[in-house]
Design a protein around this ligand. Structure first.
Ligand SMILES: Cc1cc2nc3c(=O)[nH]c(=O)nc-3n(C[C@H](O)[C@H](O)[C@H](O)COP(=O)(O)OP(=O)(O)OC[C@H]3O[C@@H](n4cnc5c(N)ncnc54)[C@H](O)[C@@H]3O)c2cc1C
Length: 393
């Protein structure tokens, strides 16, 4: 192999770019990031990119809390715009989800996130256009919002480049190279690169790459459509970002008086696909399903104008939890994948923690996400033990 590096990152989505910058900050040597197409051209470029500052999964609290804090100062830290817009985020729960929401809010508060439970009067004051059927509890995170996923990826990659990372677009990795219990580099169409550390951050294409060194994670690529509508001018000021657990939808405002809308229900809008066939489009039945629910919550949006939405590819792991870390029996191989619809908002902390792990630190925050749990059949479970997680737990 003629080319060499200290670390190779496969995949130039938000995750690969964040990992590259965090590793460069730790002076991890010669780092090469290989992206087969353009930066952000995978799931990242089609992300709704909401940053809710809330998780129902106690083992993930720090990933969400740290990342939410990062996004508020991302432009300054990366010296480039990430397009963060603070919308505030409202979460609605019904009787079934109420206890979970109260616990999640307490966990996030302990981790330093500005989030509170709302009284019905406070909720009505915040959301004058909302109908409250089925809602028994609500939370509000005033500093939550969304960012521009492509700008964020470019910002991480640009900052990494300025620290010496070699970012190569248009260079696909065709296989990983392993010698016994060690990873030794990667193959590409235009030559191999030798490296003692390889990180697979290839989104929906991670599994095929890992299979080249006899590792199988059973990640499921799915198509997730996003509906887009223009709010009527009579609606007034934009609503907040919304996670409606009772109706199973999310909605967030977008610039230009638009609202982006989608399903939180794992049975609707998370359809298994072959990622090489592309993400497809927004099916009519999905559009009806989501709009029916949105207009229950905001009756005034019946007069909204439907615009063309889009679909993207998400990568769902067997327990809907990220897969981050290394393998004890393959020295030097790491992955950050299987983000199951929530990867954008935790990308800063994932990059930070993975860089620390690679530097040799013990990173307790990553232990629950270890890839080993999938090969050992020890999936993460909800507190009710028998139930697997869904999108929000
Ligand atoms: C419609 C939609 C809405 C979403 N909404 C949200 C949201 O509101 N909030 C949130 O937090 N998350 C959201 N997500 C999830 C989030 O976008 C993803 O978890 C995140 O972008 C994953 O980033 P990634 O870098 O792991 O993967 P990707 O962005 O897919 O990046 C992987 C990269 O690897 C490259 N690659 C693949 N194979 C190879 C190879 N062999 N060699 C070289 N390069 C290769 C690909 O070209 C790609 O650019 C959403 C996702 C979708 C699709």
């Amino acid at each position: 192999m003629s080319e060499t590096a200290d670390v190779i990152i496969v995949g130039g989505g938000v995750m690969g770019a964040s990992i590259a910058w965090h590793l460069a900050q730790r002076q991890a040597g010669r780092i090469v990031l290989l992206e087969r197409a353009a930066l952000g051209s995978g799931s990242t470029g089609r992300s709704v990119a909401s940053i809710d500052g809330l998780t129902f999964q106690s083992h993930a609290v720090e990933l969400f809390a740290r990342s939410a804090a990062f996004f508020r100062q991302g432009d300054a830290l990366l010296d480039a715009p990430c397009g963060f817009v603070q919308t505030g985020s409202v979460v609605l729960a019904g009787a079934e989800q109420e206890a979970g929401l109260i616990t999640a809010v307490a966990h996030m508060q302990t981790a330093g996130v500005n989030i509170q439970l709302l009284t019905p009067e406070e909720l009505a004051g915040l959301e004058p256009n909302m109908a409250f059927g089925g809602v028994t509890a609500a939370s509000y995170a005033p500093q939550a919002g969304y960012a521009d996923p492509v700008l964020t990826t470019q910002a991480f990659a640009g900052a990494a480049r300025r620290l010496g990372v070699d970012v190569q677009q248009g260079r696909a990795v065709t296989g990983l190279r392993r010698e016994g219990r060690r990873i030794v580099g990667v193959d590409t169409a235009v030559g191999s690169i030798a490296a003692p550390i390889v990180i697979v951050a290839a989104g929906a294409w991670s599994d095929p790459l890992l299979r080249t060194v006899a590792i199988q994670l059973d990640l499921q690529p799915v198509r997730h459509p996003v509906v887009c509508l223009r709010r009527p001018s009579t609606f007034g000021p934009a609503h907040h970002s919304l996670l409606d657990l009772t109706l199973g939808i999310y909605a967030r405002p977008e610039t230009g008086g638009l609202t982006l809308l989608g399903s939180l229900n794992p049975q609707v809008g998370y359809d298994p696909i072959n990622p090489d066939g592309g993400p497809g489009y927004v099916p009519d039945d999905y559009l009806l399903w989501t709009m029916e629910r949105l207009t229950q919550r905001y009756p005034a949006l019946v007069r909204g104008e439907l615009l063309t939405g889009w679909a993207g590819i998400m990568t769902i792991s067997p327990d809907w939890q990220p897969v981050i870390g290394g393998w004890p029996d393959v020295t030097g191989l790491y992955c950050a994948t299987g983000f199951s619809g929530q990867g954008f908002q935790i990308s800063p902390a994932v990059g930070d923690f993975l860089a620390a792990l690679i530097a040799g630190d013990r990173v307790s925050q990553l232990v629950p996400f270890s890839p080993d749990r999938l090969t050992a059949g020890q999936l993460l479970r909800t507190k009710q033990a028998a139930e697997p997680y869904g999108l929000l737990g």
